[in-house]
Design a protein around this ligand. Sequence first.
Ligand SMILES: NC(=O)C1=CN([C@@H]2O[C@H](COP(=O)(O)OP(=O)(O)OC[C@H]3O[C@@H](n4cnc5c(N)ncnc54)[C@H](O)[C@@H]3O)[C@@H](O)[C@H]2O)C=CC1
Ligand SMILES: O=C(O)C1=N[C@H](C(=O)O)C[C@H](O)C1
Length: 268
Amino acid sequence: MTPGAGPRTTLPDVTKLGVAVIGAAGRMGRAVCEAVDGAADLELVARLGEDDDVAALRASGASVGVDFTVPSATEANVHALIDAGLHAVVGTTGWTDESLGRVREHLDRVNAGREQGLGVLIAPNFALSAVLAMRFAQQAARFFESAEVVELHHPDKVDAPSGTALTTARHIAAARAEAGLGPVPDATEKQVDGARGAVVDGVHVHAVRLRGLVAHEEILLGNPGEQLTIRTDSFERSSFMPGVLLAVRAVVSRPGLTFGLDQVLDLG
Ligand SMILES: NC(=O)C1=CN([C@@H]2O[C@H](COP(=O)(O)OP(=O)(O)OC[C@H]3O[C@@H](n4cnc5c(N)ncnc54)[C@H](O)[C@@H]3O)[C@@H](O)[C@H]2O)C=CC1
Ligand SMILES: O=C(O)C1=N[C@H](C(=O)O)C[C@H](O)C1
């Protein structure tokens, strides 16, 4: 574990919220460390990498652990953060209903014995444009016969489709089901494997990997004679930082599991 700004020679500032970043050397981890460092009310007290022990955060002065690691590691990190008595903000992808359920149960168990409960906030995307795009897609879905999602990312991304696209597709599917819409029209009988993308709850999702891109998504909604396109573009990782900082400040007073940044924005 590397302390926030070199070896600590003084006690942490108790007027600030102590933050530890897990995955601190990664693309997002570096940006989060910089953002926390630049926030007057937060103090970066630890940067953790792959070989560091999350349990050591117990003595670090951190109240919130922020995880931007890899899908195979994030769930274990969150359970370790809860066991160490920290709140958690998570941007890492790979969450399923089952893994979210395990976190919810763990929090229920731990919070039953605490005066001020621990919170975990997991968001597939912290960029405001993406959060709004997901919400608009959910609102629009019931009015359209067809819906497909295209996500476009940098080629160093290890998972496909993106967590954002999975969530978008699930929201669209839920809105269609609630409105009583049937399957999307599709006459395809013969295709090269994968030509129609992945199918998430009946919604086709396509993943593009292209050098030069950061994180982008298009939601295409079609009716006879018309189309609605909702598009979000993160050109820089700075786009995620206001959402990450908002989540860090919010999670300490939101016991239990929160999924999605929309839950802490006043979106109506
Ligand atoms: N929710 C959001 O707004 C966003 C989410 N992401 C997601 O965040 C995750 C990280 O993305 P990037 O920073 O681009 O990846 P990256 O590959 O640049 O960074 C991941 C870092 O985690 C470290 N790591 C791996 N296992 C670890 C472990 N067990 N403990 C501690 N550190 C560990 C790696 O060494 C690396 O430094 C991905 O799942 C990505 O999809 C990315 C951008 C925005
Ligand atoms: O890996 C990324 O870069 C991103 N991952 C998240 C996802 O999979 O949705 C969020 C954003 O799209 C960037």
